[in-house]
Ligand binder design. Structure first.
Ligand code: NDP
Length: 293
């Protein structure tokens, strides 16, 4: 069994970004909009700010009180959309209860060129049509990890458990674009165990502490654990690492697997956006700059 070291791979990606920023004299910049004081969000935002600083991306935090209005956030997004020096805009999820239902609506005000989280409908639409503007950072990180380990997905049975818009759905489509045979499972799926047992590559993103045990896993499968569950101050995945590790060929640990890759790929998207902005300026006209991952 091989442990896929997401921390190490992400450090390599960040080193390459740092070098590229210096070599090409790029001035990448991201704006992070945060509302309220959700403790988990505060940690994520702090980590993003730190990671940006380390690679040379300018990061500015727009931190609003919980009682901010929807219009104030949208105004902020519109100003950032118009600011040529800003290459990426993200709204830290989740928004406070009062605004939660409006989260997708608000996020969709971010211009597709700056949607470095890839959660907007334009970015999601691109991945359904076998192209990408910005692939969401977690699916992008998983694709990069598989590539790093030379795990070819073409023709493989991939089961993605979880169908969220930020992980399961874009990942399933990105893998389909790479010619995998993809099954998406969710909370209403019947015979989940049987379906998981067909997987050459099993990806789990459900947010249920150590839910996937060895009996869900085919001998020799690749297991990617996206889950982050905090139990008594310790982090666990959605996969029961101890019972599964001896059955699979590759597995990602929690922590130190998908998590660090997510931040590295967000930074990659910001740098990509900064390069796109230069290209658009040089051409003197807007370009869709779509690519295949
Ligand atoms: P969501 O809550 O948005 O989605 C969870 C998905 O899992 C839903 O599709 C749900 O089905 C499905 N599900 C829930 N219970 C079961 C079950 N018993 N059997 C099968 N499917 C089930 O979660 P996210 O996608 O946002 O996150 C999932 C996990 O990944 C969380 O632990 C989160 O913290 C973590 N995460 C980690 C990241 C990282 O960087 N490592 C990044 C993003 C998330 P249904 O649609 O039917 O409700």
């Amino acid at each position: 069994m091989n442990i896929i070291d997401g921390k190490k791979i992400s450090e390599e990606i960040k080193e390459d970004l740092k070098k590229e920023i210096i070599d090409k004299n790029l001035k990448p910049s991201i704006a992070i909009i945060m509302v309220g004081n959700n403790p988990a969000s505060e940690v994520y935002v702090r980590n993003k700010l730190k990671a940006c600083e380390k690679v040379g991306i300018k990061a500015e935090l727009f931190h609003y009180e919980e009682n901010v209005s929807e219009d104030e956030i949208i105004d902020c997004i519109e100003k950032l959309n118009a600011n040529e020096d800003v290459h990426g805009i993200i709204v830290q999820s989740p928004l406070p209860y009062k605004l939660r239902e409006k989260e997708d609506y608000i996020t969709n005000f971010i211009k597709p060129d700056k949607d470095v989280d890839g959660f907007g409908i334009y970015s999601l639409g691109c991945v359904t049509s076998d192209q990408t503007k910005f692939l969401a950072a977690t699916p992008y990180g998983i694709i990069k990890m598989l590539e790093h380990e030379n795990i070819d997905v073409e023709g493989k049975n991939v089961v993605v458990v979880g169908r969220s818009v930020i992980v399961g759905r874009p990942l399933a489509l990105a893998l389909l674009n790479k010619n995998a045979t993809v099954t998406i499972a969710h909370s209403k799926t019947k015979n989940l165990k049987e379906i998981c047992n067909m997987a050459d590559i099993l990806v789990v993103a459900i947010g249920k502490d150590r839910f996937i045990t060895a009996d869900y896993v085919k001998e020799g499968a690749v297991v990617i654990d996206v889950g982050i569950n905090r139990i008594d101050g310790k982090l666990y995945g959605d996969v029961d690492f101890e019972s599964v590790k001896d059955k699979c060929s590759y597995i990602t640990p929690v922590p130190g697997g998908v998590g660090p890759m997510t931040i590295a790929m967000l930074l990659t998207n910001v740098v990509e956006s900064a390069k796109n902005a230069i290209e658009i300026k040089e051409r003197g006209k807007w370009t869709r700059n779509l690519k295949k991952h």
